[in-house]
Design a protein around this ligand. Structure first.
Ligand SMILES: [Ca+2]
Ligand SMILES: [Ca+2]
Length: 213
């Protein structure tokens, strides 16, 4: 009964209790009746509950924190359980996840969260933290006209035999006849990607496909 005392009128009074600012007065020798449970409190008047510290509500079933929990929820007694990404006594301090090395490549801290980003040539995995190489050769995201070779973080282009690489993945035919590399003894005919030799009238192409006899 340490919370109660008689005042000068002989009326039974309650002390002011945290979470319940009102003062309740009762007539002497009357036992209060509450038609519901007072939960974390006591019945002090007709359907009137007085809550213990840290509890609130008509039936003292609401946890009360003061100051309130910013980004979290209140638990007895006057403590906060923070949502992910938040810390501090009242859950009002952002966790800088980037300082914890949560991202594989680039990390951007945000209030209550973070995002990971990847360098060019990489993409974020479903775990939202690690980056994996993009296979540009399997997508349309390359400009190779002939052969594409995937590399980690990039890709390279190359040209088949008979073509020359003009850079940027552009391949053009080698004109072996005008370059003088055909080896044809008499007549040379260039084709796209190759060439062939022939002989003048009266001569026959030998088995090496270049000499005439
Ligand atoms: Ca954060
Ligand atoms: Ca790649």
């Amino acid at each position: 009964m340490e919370n109660y005392q008689f005042n000068s009128n002989g009326i039974f009074c309650r002390e002011r209790v945290f979470g319940w600012p009102a003062v309740v007065s009762l007539e002497q020798n009357v036992i209060p009746v509450c038609n519901f449970s007072c939960g974390n409190g006591t019945c002090v008047g007709n359907n009137l509950c007085q809550c213990f510290d840290g509890w609130a509500g008509d039936q003292c079933d609401e946890v009360l924190c003061s100051p309130v929990c910013g980004n979290g929820y209140c638990v007895p007694t006057n403590s906060c359980v923070c949502n992910p990404g938040w810390t501090g006594d009242r859950c009002r301090t952002d966790i800088n996840e980037c300082s914890l090395g949560v991202c594989n490549q680039t990390c951007i801290n945000t209030q209550g969260s973070y995002t990971c980003e990847c360098n060019i040539g990489y993409q974020l995995r479903n775990d939202n933290s690690t980056c994996e190489d993009i296979n540009e050769c399997e997508t349309v995201d390359h400009n190779c006209t002939q052969t594409c070779s995937n590399t980690v973080g990039s890709y390279t282009c190359s040209c088949r035999a008979g073509y020359k690489d003009n850079g940027y993945g552009n391949c053009t035919d080698n004109d072996e006849c005008s370059m003088g590399t055909s080896g044809c003894q008499q007549l040379c005919f260039n084709t796209n990607g190759s060439y062939y030799c022939q002989c003048n009238t009266g001569y026959k192409l030998m088995n090496d496909n270049s000499s005439c006899d």
